[in-house]
Design a protein around this ligand. Structure first.
Ligand SMILES: Nc1ncnc2c1ncn2[C@@H]1O[C@H](COP(=O)(O)OP(=O)(O)OP(=O)(O)O)[C@@H](O)[C@H]1O
Ligand SMILES: [Mg+2]
Length: 142
């Protein structure tokens, strides 16, 4: 199930050239991989932040999956980090540990930044900011 919370956005936002779509794809793929198949809930929210020199879009991608061990959190943006150890080796079909490092590079190249909050057994939220070229039009709440 996917929830979208785009209430404050009446129009599409335009990013600088070189779209951050790959970052979205990587975050969605991770969330899907770590959520229970039947009861997985992915929530995507957008918030507008007034910032100088450019307004920012804050995007949050939250899942109710396995969560990440606290000891692993400082390393998940490192290249080839998958959280697996010799005692719990990589399962087939799992990734190479590159997605989040690529996300971080793409987002930084757009002038934004990415953070994570997670609790084992409860889920994970990635939030990142991206400067936007066009201010979104607020939707009037009637
Ligand atoms: N939403 C998430 N829930 C739980 N763990 C996650 C989540 N996102 C990332 N992780 C953990 O962080 C690690 C690094 O993620 P990253 O996307 O860089 O690599 P990957 O998904 O293992 O492989 P790749 O993206 O190259 O296919 C993952 O292996 C996983 O242990
Ligand atoms: Mg990945």
């Amino acid at each position: 199930m996917i929830h979208k919370d785009f209430r404050h956005f009446g129009n599409a936002c335009s990013f600088r050239p070189g779209s951050p779509n790959t970052a979205f794809t990587n975050l969605f793929a991770n969330a899907i991989r770590h959520m229970p198949e039947a009861a997985g809930v992915l929530t995507v929210s957008l918030d507008y932040l007034e910032r100088e020199p450019a307004p920012m879009l804050q995007i949050r991608v939250r899942d109710n999956g396995s969560g990440i061990d606290e000891k692993d959190l400082p390393f998940i943006f490192d290249r080839f980090f998958t959280g697996e150890t010799a005692r719990s080796p990589r399962k087939s079909g799992r990734g190479l540990g590159l997605g989040l490092s690529i996300c971080q590079e793409i987002i930084a190249s757009h002038g934004g930044s990415i953070c994570v909050e997670s609790k084992r057994g409860e889920g994970t939220e990635f939030h990142f900011t991206i400067p936007i070229a066009t201010r979104p039009t607020a939707v009037s709440e009637s």
